[in-house]
Design a protein around this ligand. Structure first.
Ligand code: ARG
Ligand code: GLU
Length: 695
């Protein structure tokens, strides 16, 4: 009995140890492949990434640079999140055709809507170019000298790449600049909107449920990639035809159960898994709290105004969502770091590392890394916090200050002459038009009053009565005339004279200080990463996310957020109905969906228990940018659509704890149910390949 317990214990440890990490798809052979297979995968590394044959990676597209999407039919049908397609859906919406509110379904190819500026990018090939990129870079160089050598090398490498002329190339640093990888890319620019559920499905639960489990959101939208007659990328043209992909994902109708293997394939944006404890302390104790306070002050004003006035609700919907999303995440991140004891765990690890460094006689090579970090971060703290606050106030929350920040840049451009001024003026005018499209002076003034005291002692609200920039007409009128007149008028504007000294202080003091210290910290992180991998080679090192294609894997798994509570990994339509609040802006449920629920009319999409699955959880290590990523089963079929993480695990960008970190996915059967039964868009279902891998 004891033996069996021990074996179970060891197995459990092993499986836990095999989770977490975002891996480079071209390097899965060996450790990752066998870890995945231990978790139940039947895929080989080559099934996932292959240069010579089609593989899963050919179905995965970077959606507009910020989200992930996947091809799900031989005719270029593309799946991503509702919140990833949000601005496209919004841009085609009007009071008469409110696609945000009511949803949109193209019932034929002709009805699919083009989207200016939207693109989807695939990875053709990944190459390790570390040796070429670090050629001539020597230890005795300053960080700046190293960087200019690297930039020279980059140009050389890019020039010599073997590729088709329509392909793109990019090179990104990995492992804090100890390795470099090159990506040959193929970018499609004719991407049309095919379908979106109403927000009461696609954004069900809104901010209240954001970052939270149990979740019941159908966060998906559908697009289609079009190509020219030769199946190559092309700008929009009515002559373009649906793209024939190298690979598309079949969709499993058999669903998942706890313990099943899952893999998430996508473009995670940014993580910081190798920070020293002192940095994590600074983020959680200084940076996050002050950022949270500023956003909270702004949200209080915005939320109250949105509740009181329908027009403001529409105007500020997307801004509010953006501000609230990170605000809520930081709160969760702080709680998670605290609860998991991440700082203490990191400290303990650091002392083991320092011991090993000494024991191996490598202190001379790498120096006193951790005490150097302590010193640098102590010096960095005030600058780091202040710079964050500046960004929050002047870029993220207050719109008048954002205009002033950009206008200061325009005045600066004027110092380089007429030509650069004209360029800056044109882009300023565009920016002002963008801001004023959805601007309320009342809201912004309220935001100013609540956030400004968190940045400076001199708060002068009266600028709102005097400045020209609270209306688009006033702003555009001030920007008319020759360069001299504009600059002189600008320097007589009340908001401008108020903000300019703070912006100049940012450029002359804050930013240079920040960059100087940040460069030093990054150089130290490069050395630290190298030392870690050298001194403790047995650890599992994955490169931090950097918006490049990655694979993360795990299994379907619930979790215990606190004593005596266990969360099941699957939610059902019954839970949507439980949350239903008639007419509520977050929890309303469309009549048709309630009817389908009452009739239990789920077709082939029901679970084996007769219920309709909505969302499920996995131990996949994901971050922002993984939105829209496919969750793939043991055989390479699509089973879920990633869109969020659980509240207790949002700290995984800094510290991944397999006990508590979970990603949230929409069950593909819910997606298909909505497309088929709710929207009646069966032509889309007919294009897809539906499979039964478990039967
Ligand atoms: N928290 C998810 C992410 O980080 C979803 C955001 C969109 N949903 C929302 N309710 N704002 O992007
Ligand atoms: N919602 C996030 C996004 O838009 C993904 C969830 C996360 O941050 O884990 O990319």
């Amino acid at each position: 009995m004891k033996y069996i317990k021990l074996i179970f214990f060891l197995l459990a440890i092993q499986v836990t140890a095999q989770q977490g990490g975002m891996w480079i798809p071209s390097l899965l052979e060996g450790m990752n492949e066998s870890e995945m297979q231990n978790l139940g995968s039947q895929l080989t590394a080559k099934d996932i990434y292959d240069v010579n044959n089609s593989s899963l990676k050919d179905a995965i597209g970077h959606f507009n640079g910020g989200c992930t999407s996947e091809v799900i039919s031989p005719k270029g049908l593309l799946l991503t999140n509702h919140h990833c397609g949000f601005s496209q859906i919004q841009s085609h919406s009007s009071l008469e055709n409110d696609y945000l509110k009511d949803g949109f379904w193209a019932m034929s190819l002709e009805e699919e809507i083009p989207n200016e500026g939207l693109y989807v990018e695939f990875i053709v090939r990944i190459e390790d170019v570390t040796t070429q990129m670090l050629e001539g870079v020597i230890e005795t160089m300053t960080p700046r000298e190293k960087q200019s050598q690297i930039d020279l090398n980059r140009n050389k490498v890019i020039k010599s790449v073997d590729k088709e002329d329509w392909h793109g190339v990019k090179i990104r640093p990995f492992y804090k600049g100890n390795q470099y990888y090159l990506f040959v890319t193929e970018r499609f620019e004719d991407v049309r909107l095919v379908g979106a559920p109403p927000s009461s499905i696609g954004k069900f639960g809104s901010d209240t449920d954001n970052w939270v489990w149990p979740r019941h959101t159908g966060d998906f939208s559908i697009f289609r990639i079009y190509a020219d007659k030769n199946n190559r990328p092309a700008k929009y043209s009515k002559d373009n035809v649906p793209y024939k992909p190298k690979h598309y994902l079949p969709i499993s109708l058999d669903g998942i159960e706890e313990g099943d293997f899952t893999m998430v394939f996508g473009f995670p944006g940014r993580t910081n898994e190798y920070l020293p404890a002192v940095a994590v302390e600074q983020i959680t104790q200084k940076v996050n709290p002050s950022n949270i306070a500023i956003r909270e002050a702004a949200l209080k004003v915005i939320d109250a105004n949105m509740k009181a006035d329908d027009q403001i609700r529409i105007q500020y919907a997307s801004k509010q969502a953006r501000i609230a999303n990170a605000w809520k995440k930081w709160i969760g991140e702080n709680l998670g770091i605290e609860k998991s004891g991440a700082v203490a765990i990191k400290r303990k690890f650091e002392s083991e590392f320092t011991k090993a460094l000494k024991a191996q006689g490598k202190t001379d090579i790498y120096g006193n890394l951790l005490s150097d970090f302590d010193q640098l971060y102590a010096e960095f703290e005030a600058v780091n916090v202040k710079r964050n606050n500046f960004v929050e106030v002047f870029i993220r929350t207050n719109e008048l200050m954002q205009m002033m920040f950009r206008l200061t840049q325009m005045e600066n451009a004027a110092n380089s002459g007429e030509a650069s001024f004209e360029k800056a003026r044109a882009s300023m005018i565009n920016r002002l038009k963008g801001i004023h499209k959805n601007y309320s002076v009342k809201v912004d003034r309220g935001v100013f009053n609540s956030v400004m005291p968190l940045y400076t002692d001199t708060v002068d609200e009266s600028i709102y009565d005097k400045t020209a920039f609270t209306t688009l007409e006033g702003a555009l009128a001030l920007l008319e005339g020759d360069m001299k007149t504009v600059i002189s008028n600008l320097n007589n504007d009340a908001a401008y004279t108020y903000a300019k000294p703070m912006v100049l202080d940012f450029y002359t003091n804050l930013e240079p200080d920040f960059q100087r210290l940040n460069t030093k910290i990054n150089a130290l992180l490069t050395t630290y990463m190298k030392a870690l991998m050298d001194v403790m080679p047995e650890e599992r090192y994955f490169p931090d996310a950097n918006s490049t294609l990655r694979v993360t894997y795990g299994k379907v798994n619930g979790y215990a957020p606190r004593d005596a509570v266990y969360y099941n990994p699957v939610t059902y339509l019954d839970g949507v109905i439980e949350k239903y609040v008639p007419g509520d802006y977050e929890f309303d449920v469309p009549q048709k969906l309630r009817d389908l629920y009452d009739a239990k009319d789920y077709g082939q999409y029901a679970d084996s228990n007769g219920k309709l699955p909505i969302c499920f959880l996995g131990t996949n290590h994901t971050t922002g940018g993984n939105s829209g990523s496919p969750a793939i089963d043991a055989q390479g079929n699509l089973i879920g659509l990633n869109f969020d993480r659980v509240w207790e695990g949002t700290m995984s960008d800094i510290y991944y704890d397999p006990e508590i970190c979970r990603n949230i996915m929409v069950d593909l059967r819910y997606v298909l149910f909505i497309v088929d039964k709710y929207a009646g868009a069966s032509r889309l279902i007919d294009e897809m390949t539906l499979v039964h891998p478990k039967k």
